[in-house]
Design a protein. Sequence first.
Length: 103
Amino acid sequence: MGLDSLLIFLSYMMILKTVLSIVSHAECLRALITCVSHLCAVLLFYSPEIGLPVIHRFGKRSSPLLQIFLGYISLLVPSLMNPLVYSLKSKHLLARIIRVFIK
């Protein structure tokens, strides 16, 4: 229990060490942007997965609708946001996404 979080943390430390050892500043920045977008996708997946058991355990007086809502978030948000997180690196796609939310 919790071994996956520990292994993910250790792998990110190794990836970060490798990325920061790249000599070229432009390539280092490019690799770091890719790592950050992947880290955001992982956090989007794990946040509801951690929040749901915490609310179930410690939120005995909380509304059942909150647990249902968080359950839906844990199912829908990672699958819907994953392509969005990775597409934010593209300037063309980012401009179109911003245009959709501004209108």
